[in-house]
Design a binder for this molecule. Structure first.
Ligand code: SF4
Length: 245
């Protein structure tokens, strides 16, 4: 059977989604429904182009010299590419055969079987951590955080290369209790870097355009001071922290 991926869009010279210059592919679908999602137009598998892994590979190969000179590669983002594992495995396998660095940007809400298939062909896992309180996680994303945290521990055990992304959402993820839980969790896993993502409101227009209610309306982005404080607090533990705006 031919494998086809549901692709929403591309970004040819991305610099925010992994190391170096990257070809970023936004895939359709996501198992979560985060209240702040800025790609809400990619969640429902409605607006996409079907592509085979080979077709996508042909599209990225002209950029190989840029990847090589910058230490970059390809990033599958979305939505969440983990919803289309057959496509990801095949596409990343083609990339690895050409020596191209592969990154997946994911929530990690999936099964161990899927992780096992992805581990050998994924150079970097960029995993977004949402909330450590189960009730709040459910409210914020529509799903439990248990399989996510378990999967991260599993990836860590398998020595996967992990980079965390942590959205600083005032009143939700910047609280004392959540930051304490974040630190506690981070001490139990292996990772290379934490990216702090200050909450922003740039994606609200997409919610309005789709006629969806944006429940976080009125929530303001965090202050520079609060981001700096969180960064310092994490750096104190000896972790590498970067602010990704
Ligand atoms: S995991 Fe990412 S793409 Fe999925 S709903 Fe949350 S913010 Fe949106």
């Amino acid at each position: 059977m031919t494998i086809k991926g549901k692709i929403h869009s591309f970004e040819t010279f991305g610099t925010l989604d992994g190391p170096g210059i990257r070809f970023v592919i936004f895939m359709e679908g996501c198992p979560l429904r985060c209240l702040y999602c800025h790609n809400v137009d990619m969640l429902d598998m409605k607006d996409y182009k079907d592509m085979t892994p080979e077709q996508l590979f042909k599209k990225i190969i002209p950029y190989k010299t840029y990847f090589q000179s910058s230490g970059g590669g390809v990033t599958l983002s979305g939505g969440d590419p983990i919803m289309q594992p057959n496509f990801v495995v095949k596409f990343f396998t083609l990339c690895k055969q050409e020596g191209i660095h592969t990154t997946i940007d994911t929530s990690c809400f999936t099964t161990k079987e899927t992780l096992d298939r992805l581990i050998p062909v994924t150079d970097l896992w960029m995993i977004s951590l949402k909330h450590f309180n189960e009730t709040k996680h459910l409210k914020l994303t529509g799903q439990s955080n248990k399989p996510i945290l378990e999967n991260i521990r599993y990836l860590s055990k398998k020595k996967a290369n992990i980079r965390f992304r942590y959205m600083v959402l005032p009143g939700w993820t910047d609280t004392f209790f959540n930051l304490r839980a974040l630190k506690k969790f981070l001490k139990t896993v292996r990772f290379k870097l934490i990216e702090l993502l200050p909450y922003h409101t740039h994606g609200i227009y997409k919610w309005e355009h789709l006629g969806l209610k944006y429940k976080l309306k009125g929530t303001k982005p965090p202050s520079e001071n609060s981001i700096r404080k969180i960064k310092k607090m994490l750096e104190k533990e000896g972790w590498k922290v970067m602010i990704n705006e």
